[in-house]
Design a protein around this ligand. Sequence first.
Ligand SMILES: Nc1ncnc2c1ncn2[C@@H]1O[C@H](COP(=O)(O)OP(=O)(O)OP(=O)(O)O)[C@@H](O)[C@H]1O
Ligand SMILES: [Mg+2]
Length: 372
Amino acid sequence: MQLNAMELQGYRNYDSVKLKTEGGVNIFIGPNAQGKTNLLEAIHVLSLTKSHRTSKDKELIGWNSGSAIIRAEMSRRMGNVSLELQLSAQGKKAKINGLEQRKLSTFVGTLNVVLFAPEDLDIVKGAPGVRRRFMDMEIGQVHPGYLYDMQQYQKILQQRNNYLKSTDIRRASPELLDVWNEQLAQTGVKMMQKRKNFIVQLQRWAEKIHAGITGGNEHLTVEYKPSFGTADGMDNQDQSSLFGQFMIKLTQSKEQEFRRGTTLAGPHRDDLAFAINGKDVQSFGSQGQQRTAALSLKLAELELMHEEIGEYPLLLLDDVLSELDQTRQTQLIETFQSRVQTFITTTGLESVNMSRLKDASIFHVRDGQLLR
Ligand SMILES: Nc1ncnc2c1ncn2[C@@H]1O[C@H](COP(=O)(O)OP(=O)(O)OP(=O)(O)O)[C@@H](O)[C@H]1O
Ligand SMILES: [Mg+2]
């Protein structure tokens, strides 16, 4: 898919700006604090109706504006589409081809993006919660049903935790606990299986892409680490035996759970493990290796989405190139430039290997203005 034109009004530091974008690579250059990330963020918001930087929509509205509008013309395989998203104190209004959507869920995913930003390094380096969020966001983009499971799971988890916290184990009702255990395990198992399948598919591409970027020197593996049992063990289990295992786990940890006032097993405690050439990346990887691993994961998503929806999403790379050495940059750009419309931000082109950027369109970003 391709973004052909975009317009922002009252979005962050953009009062009013229009741009025409080309297939291939679009580069946004400018000093710090001019609006480069804001622009990529706006594309991301148009895709998911949510920012990757904040959960407070109010922050997206320009300080001198009452509302923010993001408009875009795009082409997909099925034809041209115009999108509009308006944010104000009253909430969000979304239009596809001028038609207001009653539910935001019918708007989400008309435009698909994969964004890689500096903070994505935390997928490898950060706490397990970051990795769970990564899985949730990605699976949610291609399987809307997953988000529903997730919401259900969170609701049950919260009720169960409240009960564990507020109740003395000697007074606890076994019936009530049974109901929650069953509900938790039922939705939890669905999430675990989707996560497991997602990671298997992701690993397949991430390994290939990582090898490509590193000229075959590095072999990346990604492994799903459920909170009980193992991902390999899950291969030989159907849904009902995994459910049984989850129930046993909950029963076994009952005393500890009441003591600590919280649920100790389930998808909310899952993690991922990454290794390069057999060595754990979190502990032993260099900064560049960690960044490349995180990038390979994101690029793998491009391929997964391509398999899922039959066309490539847009690739948004925020401040990424200057952090990679020339060889890794070149491999990265060559891998995708002919297939994927890419938006890159950078503070300067000195460190970027321009000879490989065949027909890049260059935009200069200055204080919420764009100059070609
Ligand atoms: N709601 C808002 N209204 C107006 N201006 C805002 C709003 N939110 C952020 N800004 C301004 O936008 C500026 C540019 O932010 P942005 O993150 O896009 O910079 P950048 O060009 O990516 O810089 P860097 O190279 O440091 O990453 C910020 O300095 C901030 O002052
Ligand atoms: Mg930035």
